[in-house]
Design a protein around this ligand. Structure first.
Ligand SMILES: C[S@@+](CC[C@H](N)C(=O)[O-])C[C@H]1O[C@@H](n2cnc3c(N)ncnc32)[C@H](O)[C@@H]1O
Length: 281
């Protein structure tokens, strides 16, 4: 479901492509494969892929028995406008994400996520038959984990610092950083339960926080993870700042690997994804 969408991953099969750099996503899906098998007791099925945004209708009415989405719902439908409201409390000046910003900014992201999930649930509710299932895997945390403990935070912080360094060197303008925000969000079971309930079209059959990586995988390898970020974020950075700065931005961020590693030590690297099975009422 990624035809004509705002936020495409890097295509092709080159060194910086999504297909060559999605080991973590594959491992994360492997971790929950058994849970998925348990959730689907028995299913002959036709699989279908269509272009278009999942924030709109994609399939005919009441045509879907099982819907599956992995690592896609963290993408908001858009950057919330309040973040660009110059001078207001919700103006995200000099910052590129809520994980490194104030609570007001995090609230703006949460409100956008709530709207988006409602739109998503309504579209899927039209498409999924009564009794049909929806399986979602997305970035998420146990209730009570602070958003600053998101393991993406050290990476977003380092990207942010690299951009500010580049402002100081006159390579980009301050305004360009002020007006850039990553439309990415990670949720919690409590927040998700509230959104599902408020929407009213689905029952929660199962929901749990699970690990994105196998237990014995050792400490996170920052340069490898940075390449994963590059395949997902290069497009959005390029669109805003232009293609000329992208190599410089990733090079500078790579040079902050030691700082990222040390920040990751206080991050919540375990249990950083939400697994959710919903049933259409
Ligand atoms: C990290 S990739 C995950 C791809 C795949 N599901 C996996 O697990 O490897 C996120 C995908 O979501 C797509 N995406 C983001 N926003 C979308 C939207 N509103 N509608 C459809 N696809 C979207 C992106 O283009 C990208 O292909």
């Amino acid at each position: 479901m990624s035809g004509d969408v705002e936020f495409p991953m890097n295509g092709g099969d080159g060194a910086n492509s999504y297909s060559k750099n999605s080991r973590y996503q594959v491992e994360a899906v492997n971790v929950v494969t058994e849970m998925i098998k348990e959730a689907i007791a028995k299913k002959q099925y036709f699989a279908a892929g269509v272009p278009g945004s999942f924030y709109g209708r994609l399939f005919p009415k009441s045509s879907i028995h099982l819907m599956y989405s992995s690592f896609a719902l963290q993408w908001l439908s858009k950057v919330p406008e309040e973040l660009l409201d110059n001078g207001s409390l919700t103006w995200n000046k000099g910052k590129i994400h809520y994980t490194i910003a104030s609570k007001e900014i995090a609230d703006v992201y949460a409100a956008q996520f709530a709207k988006d999930m409602d739109t998503f649930f309504n579209a899927r509710a039209d498409e999924i038959i009564v009794g049909g299932m929806m399986i979602l895997i997305m970035p998420g945390f146990a209730d009570g984990v602070q958003y600053s403990q998101d393991p993406s935070c050290p990476f977003f912080y380092a990207f942010n610092q690299s951009l500010l360094d580049m402002v100081k060197l006159g390579m980009i303008n301050e305004d360009e950083v002020d007006s850039f925000n990553l439309p990415l969000y990670a949720t919690s079971p409590k927040e998700m339960a509230k959104l599902v309930e408020r929407n009213g079209c689905f029952n929660i059959e199962r929901m749990e926080v699970s690990n994105t990586r196998p237990q014995n995988d050792g400490p996170p390898i920052v340069p490898a993870i940075l390449t994963h970020y590059r395949v997902g974020l290069e497009g959005i950075f390029t669109k805003h700042f232009g293609s000329k700065i992208v190599d410089e931005l990733f090079e500078r961020t790579l040079n902050k690997s030691a700082e990222i590693s040390s920040m990751l030590e206080s991050s919540c690297v375990e249990g950083a994804q939400l697994f959710l099975v919903l049933k259409r009422k």
